[in-house]
Design a protein around this ligand. Structure first.
Ligand code: NDP
Length: 399
């Protein structure tokens, strides 16, 4: 029985709050706090205000977050605000001796660049404080790391090739929208692609490498090589890897819109002066685009995210594909969310549960693949993200 503080009341925060509220044995008291309290109140009302309290917090401000933690005294903070807040919330957890969990790694506002170095630099301080920080516990990063750890534990002596494949075959009926925070999403997609091969990182132009990949229950979809944050920790934590890549599907309509927006400068994070005021074009674009949570009601179709792995077991070559498909409309019926928020929020709740029940424990800063994958895998089946595996079947990547 533990208290948990959730920070961030967007699409993902809504799912985390619903899923934690449904497990009172573990999450006995819940507080949902965010910059805009009205959003917390709406979520709390949908869940039932007796299960969840709400509060206003600016999580960029460490002392405000410390004050909130001290007044509520949670055992764990789940950070599902934005990557910009990661370090300030980690600082607040250190000051108050409270565990920390997030779903996206830190990135500075003025640089479209995400990497673990900033958060890994907290390892010693978390170790000395005797508390845990669990990083990247959504779906990707998150479940993709757990899937890889599970494959390593049960299916391979050596994993050589890892391809993470992420398809959203859902249709929300809008010409252009993003499935999670538009600013973070567009910063990620417009970066150079990057993958790891033979001990070094190889960079390619944004969205320049692509091929069709066959997704279960969906069919073939053009998939684009992107840099994604779990690659950075997986190449550290999975021995024998020769190559690790990440692929994501995009429709032609989406890519055309993105190209035009880029060409006219709307995705830039450099401030420009407009009518005597400095504005950041990407932040202005975010204000125009639909909120990801608003897409949920009319969304239909499925997501399919998994890991395609090749390697050796008992000296024999082996292929392994492990994946989850998630239906947008079912997620909406259950918690009023679309599948991208659902597939992020459920793993965050599961990671929180494993930390609070002591099944995952350790002092320091960890990525999910460093812990025993088995209880997490069981909980995925139980809490709404059942997974499937194909052993020695054909994979999309044979080279
Ligand atoms: P949203 O933009 O929908 O929600 C973000 C929430 O954080 C909003 O409620 C926002 O408040 C709040 N917030 C922003 N700044 C602050 C602040 N300074 N203090 C307090 N609250 C703040 O984002 P999503 O729900 O789509 O995404 C949440 C997180 O999940 C992001 O970090 C995203 O990168 C991550 N993610 C991870 C995935 C994974 O698989 N690992 C996949 C998808 C998302 P306000 O409403 O006032 O703006």
């Amino acid at each position: 029985m533990s208290k948990v503080l959730i920070i961030g009341a967007g699409g993902v925060g809504n799912v985390v709050a619903h899923k934690c509220a449904a497990v009172p044995d573990v999450f006995s008291e819940i507080m949902l706090a965010s910059r805009t309290k009205a959003k917390c109140d709406r979520i709390a009302a949908a869940i039932g205000a007796d299960r969840i309290r709400s509060a206003q917090v600016d999580a960029d401000n460490v002392s405000e977050t410390v004050a909130l933690i001290e007044s509520f005294r949670p055992a764990l903070v789940i950070n599902v605000a934005l990557p910009y807040q990661d370090l300030s919330i980690m600082d607040a957890c250190l000051q108050t001796g409270v565990h920390y969990l997030d779903t996206a790694n830190y990135e500075p506002r003025d640089q479209a660049k995400f990497e673990y170095s900033w958060q890994w630099a907290y390892r010693e301080r978390f170790r000395e404080a005797g508390i845990t920080a669990l990083l990247g516990c959504g779906f990707d990063p998150g479940v993709t790391g757990v899937f890889t750890a599970y494959a390593q534990k049960h299916h391979f002596d050596e994993i050589h090739y890892l391809d993470i494949v992420d398809c959203n075959a859902g249709d929300h009926g809008k010409a252009f929208a993003t499935n999670f925070n538009p600013e973070i999403n567009i910063r990620e997609i417009t970066q150079k692609g990057r993958y790891w091969e033979k001990g070094k990182w190889i960079e390619v132009d944004p969205l320049s490498v692509h091929q069709p990949v066959e997704y279960p229950r969906i069919g073939a979809r053009e998939s684009y090589l992107l840099y994604h944050e779990e690659l950075e920790s997986l190449v550290e934590n999975i021995p024998h890897l020769k190559r690790a890549r990440f692929w994501m599907t995009f429709g032609q309509e989406y890519i055309t819109h993105l190209r035009v927006l880029q060409n006219v400068g709307m995705t830039s994070i450099e401030p420009i002066e407009y009518q005597g005021q400095d504005i950041i074009p990407l932040q202005f674009l975010k204000a125009l685009l639909p909120e990801p949570s608003a897409l949920a009601e009319d969304y239909h179709g499925e997501t399919s995210i998994g890991c395609q792995i090749r390697g050796l077991q008992n000296g024999q070559p082996k292929t392994y594909y492990i994946y989850n498909n998630c239906d947008h409309a079912e997620a909406f019926r259950e918690v009023g969310a679309q599948a991208v928020a659902y597939t992020t929020g459920v793993p965050a709740m599961i990671g929180a549960m494993l930390l609070l029940t002591g099944e995952w424990q350790g002092s320091g800063v960890f990525n999910v693949e460093e812990f025993n994958p088995d209880p997490f895998m069981e909980h995925l089946n139980r809490y709404g993200l059942p997974w499937h595996e194909v052993v020695n079947g054909p994979l999309a990547f044979t080279d």
